[in-house]
Design a protein around this ligand. Structure first.
Ligand code: AP5
Length: 212
């Protein structure tokens, strides 16, 4: 968990590389659905473009379908990147743990001040082909506009406009902050300082997950 631009995707990819986990990013699933213009994509497009969360029942249905289809392939475990984002989603996830028989080991939250997020989001560049992310200052690609990993074109996401970012940050405070409190009350919240170098954030996450 963490606000928009906190580094969730960046850290999830590092965990995938090092531990062979699978990253399940709801943002990526929605963007793929929009590209395919399937039923999830048509609805999600509107909410994402303006910076709102996609409604819970819709999001839950998409993640449930995905887990049902792919869970048996995830031999080393998986990371949910950007899910749950509301208490309703968290409760649904708890019911899936019982239904599918998996267990979420930790709820990691990247803590970071709002002023840092704006700079991260405005400088981010995403690969159209493989979804890898770069930053014009903090993680520049070797060749401007070209993905180091697959050679695809780098672009700025449509929800990175100033207006959409403002809405995303306000939405986070209103709808996701209560989820952080929910996990804190349950005793499963692991806060990590996200306002450090990417490598130091990664080390801090590894420390938190060490006993798992
Ligand atoms: P999603 O794609 O998940 O967007 P987000 O949560 O707003 O998060 P971001 O992807 O923008 O940021 P990030 O934390 O992954 O940061 P990143 O690693 O890229 O979701 C998009 C939309 O889909 C939502 O707004 C919503 O509408 C919908 N949606 C998704 N899930 C949903 C759900 N569960 N329920 C309902 N709706 C849902 O890093 C950002 C930049 O900073 C990069 O350029 C990176 O290189 C750089 N960076 C990263 N770490 C550091 C560091 N330590 N130092 C310097 N730079 C860094």
């Amino acid at each position: 968990m963490g606000p928009p631009g906190a580094g969730k995707g960046t850290q999830a990819k590092k965990l995938v590389e090092k531990y062979g986990l699978v990253q399940i990013s709801t943002g990526d699933l929605f963007r793929a659905a929009i590209k395919e213009q399937n039923k999830f994509g048509v609805i999600a497009n509107y909410f994402i473009k303006y910076g709102y969360l996609v409604p819970d029942d819709f999001t839950n249905e998409m993640v449930y379908d995905y887990l049902k289809e792919h869970l048996s392939e995830f031999k080393n475990g998986f990371i949910l990147d950007g899910f749950p984002r509301t208490v309703v989603q968290a409760r649904e996830l708890e019911s899936w743990e019982r239904e599918f028989g998996f267990k979420i080991d930790a709820n990691v939250n990247l803590d970071i001040p709002e002023e840092e997020l704006i700079g991260r989001l405005s400088g981010r560049r995403t690969c159209r082909e493989c979804g890898n992310t770069f930053h014009i200052m903090y993680k520049p690609p070797k060749v401007e506009g070209v993905c180091d990993v697959c050679g695809g074109e780098l672009y700025q996401r449509s929800d990175e406009s100033e207006e959409a970012v403002k809405v995303r940050l306000a939405t986070y405070e209103k709808q996701t902050r209560p989820l952080i409190d929910y996990y804190a009350m349950k005793g499963s919240l692991k806060n990590v300082d996200g306002n450090q170098s990417m490598e130091d954030v990664f080390k801090a996450i590894e420390d938190v997950l060490e006993d798992k």
